[in-house]
Design a protein around this ligand. Structure first.
Ligand SMILES: O=c1[nH]cnc2c1ncn2[C@@H]1O[C@H](CO)[C@@H](O)[C@H]1O
Ligand SMILES: [Zn+2]
Length: 339
């Protein structure tokens, strides 16, 4: 597969964090506008934002977000980064994206959850109009936040459902806060029939994936630990769970350390509905083009496989039937000459 062709082909992305995808020059612009100088510029700033090769764990990886979050506490800034993310993905022909963020990490200066979600949706819709990329938002509860706080995120999903927000997620420190702790929060989302995707199986715990599925998640973020437990793998097959794999991030967070342990081929051969994603475009210093190029180098996947992974993403997307039909047709047309 050729990089220029990978870049040009239509793609779908289901797992991309807004706050992990702020371009360094945009952050510099925000720092200037907010009169709050950054301690680093240029390459030094990039080094602060990108998780290093020798990152030791998910927690270590998550520390990268401390640099950017202070600048994401105003509506104009939140709207700008949302719009800019659509500009970024348009450059590599992403046709549909679900952008996730934790609204209650953006309230340090007193913004309400409604103001925060509105700012994101406004930015996404402005990008959608300008670049022709369909974009919806997912709201993340955070594993280290208390139950009441996370419940208010579910309430916001309900309030904004169908108005640019399409589902609920749980992000953050999986190792110290297992999925079972969130039973009551996730159950509220389920009771209201809100679509659920949960980060699970990123820290070696297949039971977190099982719990997530039992609680009603139809998609799993990462899911790497599924390979450790056949019962969990079979449950994902039974329920046709969509798995949102994020190769670069999975090596950075040490979900795996060696290529031979990366379960892409295993999951593909087993018939899991896997999809390929960036996780965090800045923190993981990647694009969807980079992720597919890696898969081509590692597993020699061809365009037909790439097409299949993108159809899987459409099937798992939290969007309408008619939108999915349109996206499937876009993919079919786009890959026709490469099959
Ligand atoms: O791979 C990941 N696993 C778990 N949490 C993550 C990952 N990437 C980002 N975040 C967390 O999600 C929050 C909302 O976007 C980010 O602030 C970060 O803390
Ligand atoms: Zn993630």
């Amino acid at each position: 597969m050729k990089r220029e062709i990978i870049k040009r082909l239509p793609k779908i992305e289901l797992h991309c964090h807004l706050d992990g995808s702020v371009r360094p020059h945009i952050l510099e612009q925000l720092a200037k506008q907010q009169n709050h100088p950054l301690a680093w510029t240029g390459e030094a700033l990039k080094n602060k934002l990108v998780a290093p090769e020798d990152c030791t764990s998910l927690l270590d990886y998550l520390e990268r977000f401390d640099v950017v979050l202070p600048y994401l506490q105003e509506e104009a800034a939140i709207e700008l980064i949302s719009y800019d993310l659509i500009a970024q993905v348009a450059e590599e022909n992403v046709r549909y994206i679900e952008v996730r963020f934790a609204p209650l990490l953006f309230n340090r200066k007193g913004l309400t959850i409604e103001q925060i979600v509105t700012a994101v949706v406004t930015g996404l819709k402005r990008g959608e109009k300008e670049f022709g990329v369909k974009a919806n938002a997912l709201l993340c509860g955070m594993r280290h936040h208390d139950e009441t706080t996370n419940q208010s995120v579910v309430t916001a999903v309900k309030e904004f459902y169908g108005k640019g927000v399409v589902g609920f997620d749980l992000a953050g420190d999986e190792a110290n806060y297992p999925t079972a702790l969130f039973e009551s929060v996730v159950s509220i989302a389920k009771e209201h029939d809100l679509p659920i995707t949960l980060h699970a199986g990123e820290c070696g715990c297949p039971h977190n994936v099982m719990t997530a599925i039992e609680l009603g998640a139809t998609r799993i973020g990462h899911g790497i630990a599924i390979q450790k437990d056949e019962a969990v793998l079979n449950a994902c097959l039974d329920k046709q769970t969509t798995i949102e794999m994020c190769p670069t991030s999975n090596f950075q967070t040490k979900a795996v350390t060696e290529l031979k342990d990366y379960p892409f081929q295993k999951f593909l051969d087993a018939g899991l509905n896997i999809t390929i994603n960036t996780d965090n475009r800045t923190v993981s210093n990647t694009t969807l083009t980079d992720e597919y190029e890696k898969l081509a180098n590692w597993y020699h996947i061809d365009y037909a496989c790439m097409e299949k992974l993108n159809h899987n993403a459409v099937n798992g997307a939290f969007t309408s039937k008619s939108e999915k039909e349109r996206l499937h047709a876009d993919l079919t047309a786009g890959y026709a000459e490469y099959r």
